[in-house]
Design a protein around this ligand. Structure first.
Ligand SMILES: [Zn+2]
Length: 47
């Protein structure tokens, strides 16, 4: 499984960024930020 993967989440429209464990958490952060402020957020797997 990949639930131990680490993702770096970074917003392209502001300085928001964070590191989270698991793709589900990364996707949730992306969705939350997009819904809250309408920014485009990307995430990349880093480990
Ligand atoms: Zn943002």
């Amino acid at each position: 499984m990949t639930n131990r993967s680490v993702f770096h989440v970074v917003c392209r429209d502001c300085r928001t960024e964070s590191v989270v464990n698991g793709r589900a958490d990364a996707e949730r952060l992306v969705a939350d930020h997009a819904a809250t402020v309408g920014h485009r957020v990307e995430f990349v797997r880093v480990a």
